[in-house]
Design a protein around this ligand. Structure first.
Ligand code: PLP
Ligand code: TYF
Length: 394
């Protein structure tokens, strides 16, 4: 059987992780995979997570199966975190999933169940797993313009023009905040235009929220999603707890479905449960329980929010430092976009050759499309990177 298998394309981000590990140079800098790192390069377990895990180990009396949708308290806590009171709870269905990736996968499988002929629209560029999973499921996919190569901001006119051609019932995948890989995000006014266009076309949004709290703050980063949620009868939201709780390997995520009314929500919930059962029966529970413990305990929640805020501000400071250093060295403000971008990433906007020069000559690893993980920097490496960027003629 296996002799018929074909080689599969590697994930360029994960391949880069391997290449970085194999590089013997001491002075190498890892700006590749999207994992938060502190100034000494560690990805810490957050304090509130440690404490929640301590409590779970001490107090948990069973590891028996939970329901197909996962713990309902996890869904309630996550709906509250992301949507607050935007919608009546009765319109919202939800399943816990293995990470945000699991939520995206289940969302796409829901589209296959409900509207198998729908085209899924993705931003150009987007997180490579989006098109990869869509194609693997045999679904139709199209791209909408997103990134303005000249300004390194959102190409809002191109985006609106392309979304204006979406067919009724097509699914449009949007990054709710902190766009991966560009770091460029629509303004509030631009979101209004995007929403109006999609409403006009009768599109169904699928919002991917993997970085709530990494951009402008927990509430701020939820604003676009809340606006979208209030504007469409049907949509889905795939949220990840990997980054904002730092529980990458626990595989904790959630898929929310928004229905027109309570009856439709019940049907949606039953289909979500069905999909969990088809794919893995019960979703992972440990990370979800950690998240619920934190979000429902005021002291733990406050500590988590404080540590997340430190994390966010560290990345913002690094952005400002890098933009300033580049302005100083190049005598030009063309890199100021780095300070305007939000989230973990900024797309530098240069050629693969120059990205390769940075790797070969300076041991600086970024994704070939020139996406850098800002959290891979520290105050010592910012000037080294800035000098290398200017020397490489970027
Ligand atoms: N969506 C985007 C845009 C991402 O960058 C990621 C990666 O972290 C995810 C979803 C899903 O992450 P995970 O499956 O690790 O929760
Ligand atoms: O974009 C990133 O770097 C993160 C982590 O297959 C990631 O989202 C990268 C590749 C992948 C899964 C997660």
């Amino acid at each position: 059987m296996f002799q018929t298998l074909k080689a599969q394309p590697a994930d360029k981000i994960l391949s880069l992780m391997q290449a970085y590990k194999a590089d013997p140079r001491d002075a190498k800098i890892d700006l590749g995979v999207g994992v938060y790192k502190d100034a000494s390069g560690n990805t810490p377990v957050m304090r509130a997570v440690k404490e929640a895990e301590r409590r779970l180990v001490a107090d948990q009396t069973t590891k028996a199966y939970v329901g197909l949708a996962g713990d309902p308290a996890f869904a309630d806590a996550m709906i509250d975190l992301l949507l607050a009171d935007t919608l009546p709870r009765a319109r919202i269905s939800a399943i816990a999933t293995p990470g945000g990736t699991g939520a995206i996968r289940q969302a796409l499988e829901m589209v296959k169940l409900a509207a198998p002929d729908a085209t899924v629209w993705i931003s150009n560029p987007t997180w490579p797993n989006h098109p990869s999973i869509i194609r693997f499921l045999g679904m139709k996919v199209r791209e909408y313009r997103y990134f303005d190569e000249a300004t390194r901001g959102v190409d809002i006119d191109g985006m609106i023009a392309d979304l204006g051609t979406v067919a009724e019932g097509d699914v449009v995948l949007l990054h709710g905040c902190c766009h991966n890989p560009t770091g460029a995000n629509p303004t509030a006014d631009q979101w209004d235009r995007i929403i109006a266009t999609l409403q006009d076309r009768g599109a169904v949004p699928l919002v991917d929220v993997a970085y709530q709290g990494f951009g402008d703050g927990l509430e701020e980063d939820a604003q676009a999603t809340r606006k979208i949620v209030g504007a469409f009868p049907n949509l889905m939201i795939a949220a990840s707890c990997s980054k904002n709780f730092g529980i990458y390997r626990e595989r904790t995520g959630i898929l929310m479905g928004i229905a027109r009314d309570a009856a439709e929500a019940q049907l949606t919930q039953a289909n979500l449960n069905f999909l969990n059962r088809q794919n893995y029966s019960f979703p992972p529970d440990h990370g979800a329980r950690v998240v619920t413990t934190i979000l429902t305990d005021p002291a733990l929640r406050a500590d988590w929010e404080a540590e997340l805020e430190e994390t966010r501000n560290t990345m913002l400071d690094l952005r400002r430092q890098l933009a300033e250093e580049l302005r100083r060295l190049s005598n030009d403000d063309r890199f100021d976009f780095i300070a305007d971008h939000r989230g973990m990433f900024s797309r530098l906007g240069t050629t693969e050759d120059r990205v390769e020069t940075l790797r070969a000559d300076h041991g600086i690893y970024m994704v070939s499309d020139s996406r850098m993980n800002i959290a891979g920097l520290n105050t010592q490496t910012v000037p080294i990177l800035a000098r290398a960027i200017v020397d490489a003629g970027i």
